[in-house]
Design a protein. Structure first.
Length: 110
């Protein structure tokens, strides 16, 4: 039986891949901007943070606070990084999708 943390939705996969792309610069605004760039559509902060919270609960990402900045009124940015289990979940999702695509030819269109 598969583990719940390995079952990722499409947007969860996109968020995890954004964290991989952004490396040490993954915080709310940069994650949203990366998702919009990659997906070619508008993405709300609510969707990003809801998904990040869900990934935290699943144990697939970690957080840490940066240094407080005057630009942010003395508040620190919350940075996100993908965890080892997050990488494993992405690998599992990629393998599952590749298997499905390889075994399911699309019908011809007219």
């Amino acid at each position: 039986m598969s583990e719940p943390h390995r079952q990722l939705g499409g947007f969860e996969q996109a968020v995890l891949l954004a964290l991989v792309s952004l490396k040490d610069e993954a915080y709310g605004v940069s994650i949203r901007n990366e998702l919009e760039r990659q997906l070619g559509r508008s993405v709300s902060f609510g969707a990003v943070y809801t998904t990040l919270d869900r990934l935290l609960v699943k144990g697939l990402v970690n957080t840490h606070l940066g240094e407080p900045t005057s630009e942010r009124g003395g508040r620190a940015k919350k940075f996100f990084t993908i965890d080892r289990r997050g990488v494993e979940a992405l690998r599992h999702a990629r393998h599952a999708a590749q298997t499905l695509w390889a075994s399911t030819p699309l019908p011809r269109t007219r």
